[in-house]
Design a protein around this ligand. Structure first.
Ligand code: B3K
Ligand code: ZN
Length: 886
């Protein structure tokens, strides 16, 4: 907990380290009531920092120092200084060896950072600054060292002892103990260190590299999960092949291991050669994991594997550069998933997520640039902005340079910086040098926060046969900076003729030869006009195809034009986007009616448009499902000036009800046809099957809104007979949100009874109930917190129940009496003491108080103030609360 004034760390204060660590030799003695860590650091003065031998200040927190020696000379009390966060010693020569022994308490570590216990196993999480809770060290990413790690533990309880690199020896020790030594020859920062000890089983496979050498692949899990590893293993092999083919990157060690743990603060961690994963991102099989879970496993396995190059071989100089590895790696995993499944559907999902959540972050009190300028607690900066917007920025580089130019740039980047700790500027420099371009202005995407707006207007000159588009960009103020300079915004576009065909695009002044029908305009000025020639009739523009830049684009389309684009745009993403814009217009109209107390009246064009989509049997069913999904309540909140939670919910539910009733026959037909295929085919985790089930399941959720008995029967049939979790869980969710109380209760009970021993499935059971918008949500959540399967100590449980309630159940969370806010604040105060990172994450919904009406604002603010006054806050919670009140 914070004892003094929190320190703000600034990028501008960066200085290279005074000392370097060439070799790190660690020995861990694991016991049930403590652990001893012996470290030998082979160090030298950093030549970059000049002559002289300043004091050596090592990071260390919650460590009990037992001994320290410099070049084998035991240090006496007066030879060193200790405080809460550091150990200072005084080197006598340029090269020296420092030995320390410390005692730590992983068995009582509830923050899940450093060395801790998840159930019966020991594991670690060091990124960003957890290694300092293991031993005294220069815990910063620009200090890179080789590591040798010996783990000694009781043989019976911990038969498996793992660390980074290659295994080099093992054997018995005294008192029923045993040891194993691992050697990692690649220099790495301490945040990539990992250790695991437990009673684990593994599945093993191997992968033959392009260069011919074999790598051993192992996934370690607790014995009961050994039947749930195949999907992750297949995903790993696909990732390894893909990175060779698409980026020319081979794996470097002889072995690659993944360990699944139940208690983990985030999804997974890319420790060198020993990835540690939240079990939710490893375990998957038909009966227990949904299609979404299967896709998440594939994506996260790929993401962590890709970090071996984008993050580990080339790492970050300091934590302000986090997006160097995270933005780039998210971009890489998204491309991988797009190649493995449907590219358009993947893009739609990512953009919907970005616009709902990252745009909200970028407009809120925690807004920060992709490369932040300052922070109090780095754990708070593993954000949607650093990850998702960071990935968009890398994607724009590729859009501007083309696929080939981008590959030249990434080759140069990896070759030039292998083994180094670098910056986002270095990344862009490699892209510039490989392509002979200047990206100076482009780099504003890294330094300016906020989502740019791009307003587009058109003029058509029939006589001259020219069509002009004028772009006006602006960027709202954010807490960090007021005035923004223009961005480089790549706008991919096409122009449609009256039949919906793409027109050749010839800009004024260009020769006519070889004119493309889609091109990328680079908007670089605050206001800029592009004129196309040879346009014989006024066209309809299709703008920002594939969402080529993370901006809020507006163009005055009318609803008929949007319906036309929905059917004819050659860009699949923009067909979906046109449908979303149409739905937004219609829903906003309903919201207005609700606010004025008028009867709600749905524009029939939305029904017509969705009916056409539903009847199109040649369209990918996953696209049909995406197009049938109305913009979510959170997105409608994000685009409102003042979000009216109740009106948004009422309007959206009314529209869903109308769709269900008016398109009943078409929905029923498609549900039946797809359920029939599901019934007669074994489960396959592949794109076309995901697609079929997604359409089947969205159809079912609409159908249930009619409350017809034939739908209830179908739902119960699917719930009882489905051979996979995707269909079973959807049926359960449909029942949970239905008016059929008896069936709902029975289904919930049967499900819990059947899956009570599977914590990941129970997470789904909690979530489905926490997200239900039926009245009484808070009482339900409070009751569920008393369920034996729930515990605040497990982050997955907190996310499943509290996260789902505050993040997805907006009408209940924002109840006018403030009960939802009070509940969340109480929880954050409790979690703050247990696990600051999780506490700070769960806070996010309260920080958005400025979005709501005056009464709710006051209630939300009041709760933030109560948290602030509640006593000793972690730096994590303190930073978020104080910034959102500022
Ligand atoms: N690099 C880790 C995130 C660590 C978060 C630390 N608070 C997982 C990932 O992005 O791959
Ligand atoms: Zn990552």
């Amino acid at each position: 907990m914070r004892t003094e004034q929190p320190q703000v760390i600034y990028l501008k204060d960066y200085q290279a380290p005074e000392y370097l660590i060439d070799e790190t030799h660690l020995t861990f003695e694991l016991f049930e009531d403590h652990t001893l860590v012996h470290a030998q650091l082979v160090m030298r003065r950093n030549p970059e920092r000049g002559a002289g031998l300043p004091p050596l200040v090592l990071d260390g927190q919650q460590l009990e120092l037992q001994r320290a020696a410099l070049d084998d000379q035991e240090l006496q009390a007066g030879d060193y200084a200790l405080d809460d966060s550091s150990l200072t010693v005084h080197p006598k020569s340029e090269r020296f060896t420092l030995d320390t022994s410390v005692k730590i308490h992983p068995e009582s570590n509830t923050a899940l950072e450093g060395l801790y216990k998840s159930g019966k196993m020991f594991c670690t999480q060091c990124e960003a600054e957890g290694f300092r809770k293991i031993t005294y060290y220069l815990d910063r990413p620009d200090v890179m060292s080789t590591f040798t790690t010996t783990v000694i533990a009781e043989q019976h309880r911990y038969p498996v002892l793992l660390s980074n690199g290659n295994p080099v020896g093992s054997g018995p020790a005294e008192d029923g103990r045993h040891w194993a030594t691992w050697e990692d020859p690649f220099k790495k920062p301490a945040y990539l260190f990992a250790l695991v000890a437990g009673d684990l089983w593994c599945v093993e496979d191997s992968f033959t590299r392009q260069s011919g050498r074999d790598v051993t692949l192992r996934i370690y899990v607790e014995p009961e999960n050994i039947d749930k590893c195949d999907h992750a293993m297949v995903s790993l092999k696909k990732s390894m092949r893909w990175d060779e083919e698409v980026y020319g990157r081979e794996y470097d060690l002889d072995i690659f291991m993944i360990v699944a743990v139940n208690d983990f603060n985030m999804g997974a961690m890319e420790n060198k050669g020993l990835n540690i994963f939240n079990s939710s991102c490893v375990l998957a099989r038909a009966e227990t994991a949904t299609d979404a879970a299967h896709q998440r496993v594939e994506g996260v396995v790929a993401h962590e594997y890709f970090h071996n190059w984008s993050g580990n071989r080339v790492t970050c100089r300091d934590w302000f550069q986090l997006s160097l590895k995270e933005g780039f790696t998210v971009f890489r995993d998204a491309e991988f998933s797009a190649d493995m499944n449907s590219r358009t559907v993947k893009r739609i999902e990512d953009v919907a997520y970005l616009r709902t959540h990252q745009f909200a972050e970028d407009a809120g009190p925690m807004a920060h640039p992709v490369r932040p300028d300052s922070f109090i607690e780095i754990s708070n900066f593993y954000t949607l902005t650093v990850y998702e917007k960071g990935a968009e920025v890398v994607g724009m580089v590729r859009t501007l340079l083309g696929a080939e130019g981008f590959r030249k740039g990434s080759d140069l980047y990896f070759e030039r910086h292998d083994g180094q700790a670098v910056t986002t500027d270095d990344f862009i420099k490699a892209m510039e040098d490989a392509n002979g371009v200047d990206l100076t202005q482009f780099k504003r995407w890294y330094s300016q926060a906020g989502t740019p707006r791009l307003e587009v207007s058109e003029t058509y000159d029939g006589a001259a046969q020219t069509y002009s588009l004028t772009f006006r960009q602006s960027c709202p103020q954010t807490p960090d900076k007021l005035d923004k300079l223009p961005f480089v915004i790549p706008v991919a576009l096409g122009l449609l003729d009256a039949e919906g065909n793409d027109l050749p695009l010839q800009l004024a002044g260009e020769a006519a030869a070889d004119v493309a029908t889609q091109r990328v305009l680079s908007v670089t000025e605050a206001e800029q006009t592009f004129t196309f020639q040879g346009i014989v009739a006024k066209p309809l523009p299709s703008l920002l195809r594939g969402f080529s830049a993370p901006v809020k684009l507006s163009f005055p389309y009318d609803r008929d034009q949007l319906m036309f684009l929905m059917q004819h745009d050659s860009d699949g993403f923009n067909r979906w986007e046109a449908g979303q814009q149409l739905a937004v217009q219609v829903l906003q109209e309903l919201i207005g009616q609700h606010q004025r107390g008028e009867a709600l009246k749905l524009d029939p064009r939305l029904i017509t448009a969705l009916g056409t989509v539903l009847g199109n049997e040649s369209l990918d069913p996953a696209m049909v499902a995406e197009m049938l999904s109305l913009p979510g309540e959170a997105y409608l909140t994000e685009i409102s000036q003042v979000a009216d939670v109740d009106a948004i919910h009422a309007a959206r539910e009314f529209a869903r009800q109308q769709i269900a009733e008016q398109l009943f026959d078409a929905l029923w037909a498609r549900y039946q046809a797809n359920r029939q295929v599901s019934r007669s085919t074994a489960y396959v985790a592949a794109a076309e099957h995901f697609a079929r089930r997604s359409l089947q399941n969205i159809a079912l959720s609409y159908l249930m809104l009619t409350g017809k008995s034939q739908v209830l029967e179908a739902t119960l049939e699917q719930f009882e007979h489905a051979d996979n979790m995707t269909e079973r869980l959807t049926a359960l969710a449909v029942l949970v949100n239905s008016p059929f109380e008896a069936e709902r209760a029975k289904a919930l009970e049967a499900f819990a009874e059947h899956f009570k021993d599977n914590p990941l499935v129970m997470d789904q059971w909690f979530s489905v109930q926490a997200a239900s918008s039926l009245p009484g949500g808070l009482a339900r959540v409070k009751a569920l917190m008393q369920h034996p399967a729930f515990t605040l100590k497990n982050p997955n449980k907190v996310r499943a129940l509290v996260g789902a309630f505050a993040g997805q159940n907006l009408v209940n969370f924002h109840a006018g009496d403030g009960s939802g806010y009070r509940f969340l604040a109480d929880l954050v105060i409790e979690l703050n003491a247990l696990n600051p990172q999780i506490a700070s994450r769960q806070l996010a919904p309260l920080t958005r108080w400025r979005k709501y009406d005056a009464a709710r604002q006051a209630l939300m603010k009041g709760e933030l103030e109560r948290i602030l006054a509640s006593g000793a806050l972690s730096s994590d919670v303190y930073e978020v609360v104080s910034k959102s009140l500022a």
